[in-house]
Design a protein around this ligand. Sequence first.
Ligand SMILES: [Zn+2]
Length: 738
Amino acid sequence: MRKPERKKKEYKPNTLAKRNDRIIVAILVFSLAFAVIIGRLAYLQLFKYEYYKTRATQIQVRETELTPKRGTIYDANMKVLAQSATVWTVFVSPAESKAEQNETVAVNLGQILDVDPSSIMEKLQKTESYYQVVKYQVEKPDADKVLAFVEENGIKGVNVIEDYKRYYPYGNFASTILGFCGTDGQGLAGLESYYDEELTGTVGRVISSKNGWGYEMGTDYEVLNEAKDGYSLRTTIDTTIQRYLEKHLKMAADENMVKEGAVGIVMNVKTGAILGMAVYPAFDPNDPYTLVNTDLYNSIMAISDDAERNERLSAARQKQWRNKAVNDLYEPGSVFKTITASAALDSGTCSLNSSFVCRGAITIEDTTIKCSQTGGHGAENFSQALINSCNPAFITIGQRMGKNLFYDYFYAFGLAEKTGIDLPGEQNSIYYTADTHTAVTLASSSFGQSNKITPIQMITAIATAVNGGNLVTPHLVDRLLDEDGNVVENIAPPVRRQVISEQTSRIIANILRQNVDNGNGGVAYVAGYRVGGKSGTSEKLDTPQKDDYIASFVGIAPADDPEIAILIFLDDPRGPNGYYGGPLSGSVVGALMGEILPYLGVEPSYSRGEQSKKITVSSIIDYTITDAAVKLQRSGLTIRIIGNGTKVVGQYPAYGQKLGLGSMVIAYTDSGEMTVAVPDLYGKTPSQVQTTLSGNNLNLAYDGTSSSQYVCVSQTPVAGEEVPLGTVVTVRYRPSGQ
Ligand SMILES: [Zn+2]
């Protein structure tokens, strides 16, 4: 993270004078020696040589910077996430001001701009200076008041110039990705920093001159380089998915009382495009210096020692701007077993027929490593070893591979290098190589301890394991646009390399699905959507306290041809639900899959028996969000949470009602039942009907029609009718064109 303050150039401005009406930020006035003027303005020398030769000592050259407009940051659907708008900078030029006006200036500017008059007075004493900023980013009404004051009172040496201010219309939404800008417009974090050069554009310059009495000499003598506006970024962020992610992450973090925050990533596994990335708690980029944790802020403010207080405040700000998804390392724990399993199968070291015996512990040299199942898993095959998340079995798998092969795959999966994501400060992993592994580190690495990686490395490796075996580059920006929205450059990075075979990849995705369908990943189950996943609970071994854990879960879907992966990572949960990755983070992944997959238009598929299956809605009133999600998802329903609370206070449909498999139950965590106007479905294909209803929090009565050759011809309830969220809508289709 760069320091937020950048050294200011010493601007020596003139007066209001002429302004390019879009963009004059900084004005420099030089009173220079003859030779320098001529050097800069060869133009003038050629055409007005005689004239200048006689007048040069009385000439001042003024150089004016034209600030380009900073590019806009859009989401994938061209919704504005960050934008620059015109504001004004008010400054004084003590070298030009009249001492007898100082008092009036200080009092009046102080009042208009809400600035301490004594600080303005101090600036006015610097009589050598041409540029002392009174206030940056002044909005138009106040800038107008300043100008009126100057005009009415004949004030000298008070100036107002145009500048840009960065606005983030959705406040803390996606803030960790977007980053923010300093008062001088420079990007200081996130995409604003990574793409600062592209967003900034090129500064233009006007060089003009005036004579010693201040008369403008006319446009003949100006040299103009137009400013070039910055490029805009089209990100891969889908605002709808980002909203789902932030909502669920916040609820999970609050409910489980995480002490060190939470991370969530949603990735397109085929391209590496990041559809959503969130860090909780999130700051507001419009006001990045304010600590979101008010308790922390108050405790820092209570420190009496100035130096210590400032140091603590600065550290707390740096921490709130950190993107844990790319800036922090962790030991991934059992999620990593997916990678070990992929490597073992792909290298032929193991097959689906490989068998293992777990007696609850295994001893490597003088170190005994336990299985989470203290009694042991007994005999198990390869798939069962992964589904059981059996440490001794994975140690055996690692031993069979050996250090060299293990490290080769670790490297091939991109875990020994940065992913190359387009965010600043990406950390590289800390890992054992073939040369540095011992028998013990190889053993612990096989089940996900010892090596430290970033969450973005973990989800990228998982994407590789299930997408057909290709290592992708995670990225947030795929297009650079000019000011008219035309594509300047497509910068989506290509696939990097094939790591495992397509065949191996299919098998791994299928085992992950079995883990969700029948294993301990069941909390992420979403009927009809073929979710796969693996949980991880990692102990943080290098923190002062003993019992610090990270509860994580990676989900993929649909497992028969994966489109997306979701990683949820809760750092140091201290709540009533314990600290295990499966229940804590898996339930979040399941709830998210239940919202995102219908939104993306992924077709649910049910077996013949499932199609007609009706499920009785259970009561989830008074349940925590996690427990409610787990209960509904296990029964084959999905949950849609409305509100910001952590406990369910109302539900629709009510307990005892019957719904089709995969239908949603609305869980209210605040109060009240909400309604929605039923959308008009006429003419839509089955897939469009599904997406539209899901987006409106409505259920579809499943009738098995999925062909895109069919379109909706009637619906109940009719379009426009106000119904409770969660209402089941019945649709009739006809072949299109009939
Ligand atoms: Zn075991």
